[in-house]
Design a protein around this ligand. Structure first.
Ligand SMILES: Cc1cc2nc3c(=O)[nH]c(=O)nc-3n(C[C@H](O)[C@H](O)[C@H](O)COP(=O)(O)O)c2cc1C
Length: 214
């Protein structure tokens, strides 16, 4: 059991994005099993399966995903913004979160959210997607913190060419989030891009207002 100090350290590590990886190591199956437990046993509204998760270990597929992960920027020596790939998608393993479409599984009535119609139709699309995103946020949060507690480094990526990644993986629904998990390169600074000779800039974590009510 980690003490409180160690837990806080793991939380802070989980907040940062690892940008380079030690690919000489691989995540043992028993550790991957715990990671799968995170995304399959975390809480979700009414216990619905609002998302699918794809675990990608194949190096060629990972590299193809990385090629499609444009959207990150850094400043060159002339202070010009240069777009580059998201190297967190070159981690030892990728977890890809895909929307699930429950419109055929439940009516509003069976889902307990209304009287008639489909659980997901034009009228409640916004509400439906809120539930999908909330469930995915909880699942990815569990995956992130537990992986960090286990000693792994992580990196989320939501900037990528979505239709191309969907096609590459043969998926039906929208890909919302990719999380890389693995072993950091011990010889490099965390923000050094895995393949490019650039240091990725960062924004300081904003202060979250917490009110303790008495
Ligand atoms: C849901 C989610 C999506 C993210 N998507 C991206 C992304 O597409 N590209 C990126 O560089 N960082 C992405 N991040 C990482 C955060 O921007 C980053 O970890 C945070 O700004 C802290 O910066 P640092 O890791 O450099 O310390 C994402 C984080 C989360 C939680």
């Amino acid at each position: 059991m980690l003490n409180n100090k160690e837990l806080t350290k793991a939380i802070i590590r989980s907040q940062h994005t690892q940008r380079n990886w030690d690919l000489s190591k691989s995540i043992p199956d028993e550790d991957l099993k715990v990671m799968l437990d995170c995304v399959t046993h975390c809480p979700s509204k009414q216990n619905f399966a609002f998302y699918k998760v794809h675990v990608i270990k194949n190096r060629e597929t990972i590299e193809n995903i990385h090629e499609l992960s444009m959207g990150l920027g850094y400043k060159d020596e002339n202070n010009e913004r240069i777009e580059c790939t998201n190297p967190q998608t070159l981690a030892n393993v990728l977890f890809v979160f895909e929307d699930e479409d429950l419109s055929k599984s439940y009516t509003n009535k069976s889902a307990g959210v209304g009287k008639g119609g489909s659980y997901r139709d034009a009228e409640n699309e916004e509400l439906y997607m809120r539930d999908v995103h909330m469930a995915m946020g909880i699942a990815s949060g569990y995956l992130n913190i537990i992986s960090s507690i286990m000693g792994y480094d992580t990196g989320c990526c939501a900037c990528f060419h979505e239709p191309e990644i969907r096609e590459l993986l043969g998926l039906k629904n929208k890909v919302e989030l990719i999380m890389g998990i693995g072993f950091k390169d011990p010889n490099r600074e965390r923000r050094s891009h895995h393949v490019l000779d650039v240091k990725i800039p960062r924004r300081v974590k904003e202060k979250i207002q917490v009110n303790t009510m008495h």
